[in-house]
Design a protein around this ligand. Structure first.
Ligand code: ADP
Ligand code: MG
Length: 280
């Protein structure tokens, strides 16, 4: 299975959620988190890893070998404390874009091929995406796209504008809200979008998932991680359901931006968010 995690604006917590999903993936599987952010990766610095192996070495190997061997992906991972396998992106945007452009559409088909192998789940952190992103090919090839946003006026205004296009990128687009702001019900109601899940604000949990050691508690015990476990379980369970031949997953339905009341996101109220998968 191939899952793409991305945002349309800001820095809402894409990398943190991708790592949390990987750490809490169900079924005894050990997924691989691929840092495919064209703006450059953060895991190397956060976890003080070496720059190789990673996305750049994977791109080089794919170029040498024609990018057809799905085993290449598992050969370019590093392992974080706690056992999560990651393919780290280079820090520099130029290098990251170069690696992605060597691999694209290669990384899509290479990652797709790897993700099609039994027992392999790949979670691609595609960063902030626009129609020119070299990571878009990965999103298009993914089984599920998690679109991450903070429920604030500025981020939601961008979601409102771009979501209609974004939902065409993926066969299963899902909106995930992170932290406080508008309630899940308000976002769903105003944008007419089913919100798949709400990840609570959890500064200590997020810091632990970003490699900082703040206390001895396992990062798995934090509310952020528990929310990620619920999301992972939901995606995993959905993937077990056979899709009817010739049908697509239901699309997000979004009111046309012109139809939205003006200044609809002007007065954020405190969140009524819960943990994990949002109520329908
Ligand atoms: N649920 C959360 N609660 C609180 N802080 C968070 C949460 N998710 C992420 N963060 C923090 O937000 C910052 C950006 O997170 P990151 O995952 O790197 O965002 P992105 O990949 O979207 O740029 C980091 O400092 C991270 O610790
Ligand atoms: Mg990131």
């Amino acid at each position: 299975m191939l899952i793409a995690v991305c945002s349309l604006k800001g820095s809402p917590g894409v990398t943190t959620l991708a790592s949390a999903l990987g750490a809490r993936w169900p079924g005894g599987q050990s997924p691989i988190v691929v840092e495919a952010d064209p703006a450059g990766g953060d895991l190397m610095a956060r976890f003080r890893l070496s720059d190789t192996p990673g996305l750049v070495s994977l791109a080089a190997a794919a170029r040498r070998r024609g990018g057809t061997d799905p085993n290449l992906v598992t050969q370019h991972t590093q392992v974080l404390n706690g056992g999560l396998r990651v393919i780290i992106g280079p820090v520099g945007a130029e290098q990251a874009r170069a690696a992605l452009s060597v691999l694209a559409p290669g990384p899509a088909s290479l990652l797709r091929r790897a993700a099609d192998q039994p027992g392999i789940t790949i979670i691609a952190d595609c960063g902030r995406v626009d129609p020119d992103s070299p990571a878009l090919a990965i999103i298009r090839a993914a089984d599920t796209m998690l679109l991450v946003a903070r429920p604030h006026d500025d981020e939601l205004a961008h979601v409102a504008l771009k979501l209609q296009a974004a939902q065409q990128w993926s066969r299963r687009p899902c909106l995930v809200l992170v932290g406080d702001g508008y309630s899940t019900a308000e976002v769903s109601q105003i944008l007419r979008i089913p919100v798949m899940a709400r990840v609570p604000s959890d500064i200590r949990g997020a810091a632990a998932l970003c490699g900082q050691v703040l206390n001895r508690r396992s990062p798995d015990k934090c509310v952020l991680s528990r929310a990620a476990a619920t999301i992972a379980l939901n995606i995993h369970a959905n993937s077990q359901q056979p899709a009817a031949i010739g049908t697509r997953a239901p699309q997000l339905r979004l009111a046309h931006p012109d139809a939205l009341p003006p200044n609809v996101f002007v007065h954020p109220r405190s969140s009524t968010a819960g943990n994990g998968v949002a109520a329908p």
